[in-house]
Design a protein around this ligand. Structure first.
Ligand SMILES: Cc1cc2nc3c(=O)[nH]c(=O)nc-3n(C[C@H](O)[C@H](O)[C@H](O)COP(=O)(O)OP(=O)(O)OC[C@H]3O[C@@H](n4cnc5c(N)ncnc54)[C@H](O)[C@@H]3O)c2cc1C
Ligand SMILES: C[S@@+](CC[C@H](N)C(=O)[O-])C[C@H]1O[C@@H](n2cnc3c(N)ncnc32)[C@H](O)[C@@H]1O
Length: 670
């Protein structure tokens, strides 16, 4: 991530690289209002009460002035329950102090500025920020618009694509990579019918590209002394594109008639989905076979979270990086609502025990987008001061990470749901045994066959048990047993100030014991195995030899232990999205076995996707050992898919998480 080279004229930034101003030095606010809000009919656009959300895309976030003015207008005049989804792409994000300085010129938007600055911490790729009380999301995309816009996925329901475009780069003559033909081509893919646009420039090639992409373009009077600018509409229906993605990774448009969903499984996944959907106005039935929420794998007293560092960027490192930032913001929202999650932001140390790991971490560290406020390498000597306990190794310190209670996080999410007006119903002791789609509704039956639930949407958050449904037998997801135990603390171990993780982990003392864990075996046996405690203990003693010396008589086999079943897919990545009908999907996409080109030639883009996915059937499962980190952003992604909203993460991740990936892989292997 590169910060821009700027100078200041008073509180107005000026780009040295592009030799251009961010906005009019003497009247930036009125210029922004005139060029962008007025020509896109803001605030009138909020008065269309048929729209429950308005989607705006901006090129060039800069100081966020356009965003703040739009946000203010939305807060002043949007209808109840309406949402604003604002996307903005920025290659050179300003620092928070520069943003603050620029905003000082605009006391009228100080409230909105404060809300933005509280959460502004841009990192490469997609940053989904939620203004929960204000019904607004800002998806700040850091990177070059040319590449990043290709990663944006809007709905297959054209009316729920982007309704407004603010085209705000620097002068097209010098900022050529911004005003690239690719941008206009992607605008065509992402625009809702009648989407409007405006831009300060009247450059001929910009006008031509827009016309070629299906926009009606008007040259109109520019702001103040500027002669002309452009505004217009996406009117040519021949240009509407059907697909947002490769057809086999298509996100089927949700067809539900009512905003009512039934979630199976009340663990981290199910409770996070309930929160994200109720925020979008959905009525929720949350169903679990147990008597209360969070009695499955999510029942652990405490769990750790930190992002995964990998040698080269992979979907796992990218998703865990976004998931981490998103979770931290979500925890802050919960905290602002006085909801307890037991979150201890102590920082977390990952120990580097061998040369191989060291090499991996160093390249990962160098490749990562974390700055020194988030992450740093620490020497063996420093660890004693930082963590309170000595180890023979060096490590990586995740400064904002820590541990929390999964059970409390589940409860906090449900408390958020209950604060909203939407209906919420927890159905306990209900073990789902089969589902059938009859006359546009799903009929759910339990094992005793004494209570049928009728619902529009079903979401499987029941871990590996999702594949007990005949429709999902093919999903390659399995149970992985995990055991942990509570180590009685002594005067030495009490000095530990933060979780230490190597092959296993140990948490700081709480109520006279340390949680230490966890094993990972592909079996589903729930009996406690004393030998597993010994394995964990040997690994902890290797990490902290002094702890073993301080407890010579210890009998870890007898310490209180707990076993749970996590679920993981064969590729150890979560499964998030719409569930395909295996036989129909394999039939439709069978030409894929001869390659994508063959597929496209054979079907000439006439894909009949109709029955490839079950109607309104979804899953969020396979969270493995990272349920805390993966569940919140996963729920936000799934809720966006269900509500036909633009998606909060990159297309590359949406595809990597898509349940259809296993079927696509099986075809490619044939
Ligand atoms: C020992 C151990 C230590 C761990 N440590 C950590 C850690 O430190 N950090 C971390 O991030 N993660 C950790 N994890 C992983 C984390 O706990 C899981 O990833 C997470 O809890 C999974 O959440 P879930 O909602 O998908 O599944 P679960 O919490 O298992 O929820 C699934 C729910 O579905 C219900 N259900 C299943 N089938 C049906 C049905 N047919 N009808 C109705 N209900 C049904 C179950 O009763 C259950 O409540 C650990 C796991 C274990 C076992
Ligand atoms: C005129 S300023 C935008 C002003 C902004 N809308 C505001 O409200 O403050 C143009 C912005 O485009 C960004 N930019 C330039 N080239 C880019 C590119 N290729 N991709 C993404 N952003 C780019 C610049 O860094 C700059 O912040």
């Amino acid at each position: 991530m590169i910060n821009p080279e700027i100078t200041w004229k008073g509180n107005t930034p000026f780009s040295v690289t592009y030799n251009d101003q961010y906005y009019n030095e003497s009247d930036g606010m009125n210029e922004s209002r005139f060029v962008f809000l007025d020509h896109n009919h803001i605030p009138e656009i909020w008065s269309d009460k048929n729209r429950d959300s308005i989607h705006i895309f901006e090129t060039g976030f800069g100081t966020g002035l356009n965003f703040l003015l739009t946000f203010k207008s939305f807060l002043e005049s949007a209808g109840t329950g309406q949402w604003l989804h604002y996307y903005s792409v920025e290659k050179f994000p300003l620092s928070i102090s520069d943003l603050k300085k620029a905003h000082n010129s605009f006391p009228e938007i100080s409230h909105e500025s404060t809300l933005l600055l509280e959460q502004y911490a841009p990192s490469r790729g997609f940053n989904r920020i939620i203004f929960n009380k204000e019904n607004c999301t800002l998806t700040l995309i850091i990177g070059d618009v040319q590449n990043q816009i290709q990663q944006v996925i809007a709905s297959n329901d054209a009316s729920r694509r982007f309704h407004v475009w603010y085209l705000d780069g620097f002068n097209p003559a010098t900022n050529t990579e911004m005003w690239n033909p690719n941008l206009f081509n992607e605008m065509k893919r992402l625009s809702a019918p009648n989407a409007t646009f405006s831009t300060f420039t009247a450059a001929g090639f910009v006008r031509r590209f827009l016309v070629e992409s299906g926009f009606t373009v008007n040259r109109v009077k520019g702001f103040a002394k500027k002669r002309e600018m452009l505004s217009g509409k996406f009117t040519d229906s021949n240009f509407y594109s059907e697909f947002q993605n490769e057809p086999w990774f298509s996100i089927p448009k949700s067809q539900h008639l009512q905003k009512s969903a039934t979630i199976i499984g009340a663990g981290l996944a199910g409770c996070a989905v309930a929160e994200a959907l109720s925020r979008r106005g959905y009525q929720i039935n949350l169903v679990d076979k147990e008597s209360d929420i969070a009695l499955g794998a999510s029942s652990n007293k405490m769990g750790i979270f930190f992002p995964v560092l990998q040698k080269k960027p992979t979907p796992t490192s990218l998703y865990s990086f976004h998931g981490y930032n998103y979770l931290l913001r979500h925890l802050e929202i919960l905290q602002n609502h006085n909801l307890e999650t037991g979150f201890q932001q102590t920082g977390l140390l990952q120990i580097i025990e061998n040369e191989k790991k060291r090499e991996r971490f160093i390249s990962a560290f160098n490749n990562s987008d974390f700055n020194n406020d988030d992450l740093c390498m620490v020497s063996q000597k420093e660890i004693k001061n930082i963590a309170g306990i000595e180890t023979p190794y060096e490590g990586i310190l995740f400064k904002k990470a820590g541990y929390l209670s999964p059970r409390d996080l589940c409860n906090a999410n449900i408390a958020m749901v209950k604060k909203r007006d939407t209906a919420f119903n927890f159905i306990n002791n209900y073990q789902l045994s089969n589902i059938a789609y009859i006359e546009n509704k799903w009929h759910l039956k339990n094992q005793q066959n004494n209570q049928t639930i009728f619902t529009d949407i079903v979401i499987f958050c029941n871990s590996a048990e999702v594949k007990n449904m005949p429709q999902m037998e093919w999903l390659p997801i399995n149970h992985f047993r995990g055991q942990l135990f509570e180590l009685t603390a002594n005067s030495f171990s009490k000095n530990l100030k933060m979780p230490l993780c190597g092959e296993n982990y140990i948490l700081p003392e709480e109520k006279k014991s340390h949680i230490t864990g966890a094993t990972f075996d592909q079996v589903s046996d729930l009996n406690i195995r004393p030998a597993d405690n010994r394995k964990i203990w040997n690994s902890i003693s290797g990490m902290i030899p002094e702890i073993a010396n301080s407890m010579p008589e210890i009998n870890v086999e007898l310490m209180p232990s707990k076993v749970g079943l996590r679920s993981a897919a064969t590729d150890h990545f979560p499964i998030i999205g719409a569930l395909p009908d295996q036989s129909q999907f394999l039939k439709t996409f069978s030409p894929l076995r001869h390659g994508e080109l063959h597929m496209r030639r054979t079907l000439k883009n006439n894909f009949n996707l109709e029955n490839c996915w079950f109607p309104s059937l979804y899953t969020l499962s396979g969270l493995g050992s990272r349920g805390i980190l993966y569940s919140q952003l996963g729920a936000e992604l799934l809720a966006s898919i269900i509500n036909n909203d633009p998606l909060p993460v990159e297309k590359s991740l949406v595809n990597a998480l898509n349940p259809a990936r296993f079927l696509v892989r099986s075809l490619r292997k044939l």
